[in-house]
Design a protein around this ligand. Structure first.
Ligand SMILES: [Fe+2]
Length: 428
C-alpha cells in the first residue's frame, strides 16, 4: 500500500468515527448544547476538525483559497476558550457536516495530484490531520462521559485476551542510557523530536496501572482527609474542590458505584482507575510509599530493549497494535482488567503501558533538547514551561495511529474528565 493510500484510508476511517460520536447518535439539541463548561459543544469539534483539515491540507498543502474565511475565527481554539464556544454563531450540525464533507472532497482531489509526503524528519501533514481528528474524537468521548441523560453510546465490548498468570507487583528497569524521542517517525509530532540519549538510574515500576480496588483502599482509609499524603498545591485543590473520590464515583448506602456513559454500575475493582487528577495520583503514590514515574522513566520502560540496546515503537516491538496487544481504538468503552494483554508486555515485563488509561507522570511538559517547531507553535511550544503535566501511553479511547511509545500528551494538574490513571514507581 502506498503512503497516499494509507492516508486516504485513515482519513476515511477517522471520519466514520467522528460521525459515530456526533450526528449518528445525537439530535441537533444534544449536539449544539454545552454538556459541561470544560468541553465544547460537540458540533464545534465536528466543524473544527474540518476547518483544521482545510487549513493544513487544502490551503497549506494544495495552495487553495480559503473556503469560508468568515468561519475561521469561530473554530480557532486559541481565539475562543471552550467555555465561550456555545455562544458563538457556530454552524449547525447539518451545515457543519456538509462543510467538512466538502473539505474532504477537496483533500481527496488534491491527494490525486500532490506528491506523497516522503520526508520523515518532520510529521506528515496528512498524519497530523488524521491524528488531530482522532484526538478530538477522544475529547468528544470525554464530553459523552460528562453528558447527562439517556445513554447514547453502545459499548462494542470487544473481547479481552486472558490475563497473564500471577504477576509481580513491580518490575525492575535496569540503569543505563536509552534513546528517548524520535527523529524519523513520520507520525511523530514536533514535541516527540528529536531522538536523544538519556541516562537513568535503575527504578522499580508497577507492573500494571493502579486499579480501582487499590485506589478504593486509599479512599476508604481516609487518604483524602490526611494532609501528609498531599503536596501543598494538591491539598489546596482537595480543600477547594471538596472532592473525596475519583470523578463519576457515586456512594450509595454501603456500596460504591460509578457512572459510565449514562449507566450506573458497581465499581469494577480489577480495572485501572480512571478520572483522577494529577494531584490525586500524586497523593495515592505517597500514601503507597512510592512516587509517580518521570516521563523519561515511563518512556524507557515502554520502549527500550536493554538486551539489544534498541528502541521499540511499541512496548512489544515494532508491529502495529492489535487486539491481542493493547486496548486502543474505542473497541470497548472501558479499560481492560489490570494484567490483560500479556502479548503486549514491554521488555521490563510491564503490561498495559499503551492503551487502557493515560498515565500521569511526574514531569512537566517541555521541549526535548534540540526541539524545533513544526508546523506551528500552537500545537506544542506555547504549552512548554506553563506547568502542564505529561501523560503517556494513550487510553482505550485513543486510536492506534495516535499512540506510540514516544507520544506525549499534557494537561492541567486538576483535570479529571480525561481517561487518565497512573502507575507508581520507586528508586531501586
Ligand atoms: Fe484541535
Amino acid at each position: 500500500m502506498t503512503d497516499k493510500q494509507r492516508y486516504a484510508d485513515e482519513l476515511a476511517r477517522v471520519r466514520d468515527r467522528s460521525i459515530g460520536l456526533t450526528t449518528a447518535v445525537l439530535d441537533e439539541g444534544e449536539l449544539t448544547r454545552q454538556h459541561s463548561p470544560l468541553m465544547s459543544p460537540l458540533v464545534w469539534d465536528l466543524a473544527h476538525v474540518g476547518n483544521y483539515e482545510e487549513l493544513w491540507l487544502v490551503r497549506q498543502l494544495a495552495g487553495a483559497e480559503p473556503m469560508r474565511p468568515e468561519i475561521d475565527g469561530l473554530y480557532d481554539a486559541f481565539e475562543h476558550p471552550r467555555a465561550e464556544r456555545p455562544s458563538l454563531p457556530l454552524l449547525g450540525p447539518t451545515e457543519a457536516q456538509r462543510y467538512i464533507e466538502l473539505v474532504r472532497r477537496k483533500v481527496f482531489d488534491a491527494l490525486d495530484t500532490l506528491p506523497a509526503p516522503s520526508d520523515p524528519t518532520s510529521i506528515s501533514l496528512y498524519a497530523m490531520v488524521v491524528q488531530h481528528e482522532h484526538q478530538h474524537d477522544e475529547t468528544m468521548l470525554a464530553t459523552h462521559q460528562l453528558r447527562r441523560g439517556a445513554p447514547a453510546l453502545t459499548d462494542p465490548d470487544s473481547p479481552v485476551p486472558p490475563r497473564a498468570g500471577p504477576l509481580p507487583a513491580e518490575v525492575l528497569v535496569p540503569a543505563g542510557p536509552f534513546v528517548m524521542g524520535t527523529s524519523t517517525d513520520p507520525w511523530a509530532y514536533d514535541n516527540e523530536r528529536p531522538a536523544h540519549t538519556r541516562d537513568l538510574p535503575a527504578f522499580w515500576l508497577d507492573t500494571t496501572p493502579v486499579t480501582v480496588g487499590a485506589y478504593r483502599g486509599f479512599v476508604e482509609s481516609g487518604g483524602y482527609d490526611e494532609a501528609t499524603f498531599w503536596s501543598d498545591r494538591g491539598w489546596a485543590w482537595r480543600c477547594r474542590s471538596g472532592k473525596r473520590a475519583p470523578a463519576f464515583w457515586v456512594r450509595d448506602g454501603n456500596g460504591w458505584f460509578r457512572r459510565r456513559f449514562g449507566r450506573l454500575e458497581p465499581l469494577p475493582d480489577d480495572e485501572p482507575v480512571q478520572h483522577v487528577c494529577w494531584y490525586e495520583a500524586e497523593a495515592y503514590a505517597r500514601w503507597a510509599g512510592r512516587r509517580l514515574p518521570t516521563e523519561a522513566e515511563w518512556e524507557k520502560a515502554a520502549s527500550w530493549d536493554p538486551a539489544t540496546e534498541t528502541q521499540r515503537r511499541y512496548p512489544w516491538g515494532d508491529d502495529e497494535p492489535d487486539a491481542t496487544r493493547a486496548n486502543l481504538g474505542q473497541t470497548r468503552l472501558r479499560p481492560a482488567p489490570a494484567g490483560s494483554y500479556p502479548a503486549g508486555a514491554a521488555p521490563c515485563g510491564a503490561l498495559q503501558l499503551l492503551g487502557d488509561v493515560w498515565e500521569w507522570t511526574a514531569s512537566e511538559f517541555t521541549g526535548h533538547p534540540g526541539f524545533c517547531v513544526f508546523p506551528y507553535r500552537e500545537y506544542s511550544e506555547v504549552f512548554f514551561g506553563e506547568g502542564y503535566k505529561v501523560l503517556r501511553g494513550g487510553s482505550w479511547a485513543t486510536d492506534p495511529v495516535a499512540c506510540r511509545a514516544t507520544f506525549r500528551n499534557w494537561d492541567h494538574s486538576i483535570r479529571r474528565q480525561i481517561f487518565a490513571g497512573f502507575r507508581t514507581a520507586r528508586d531501586a
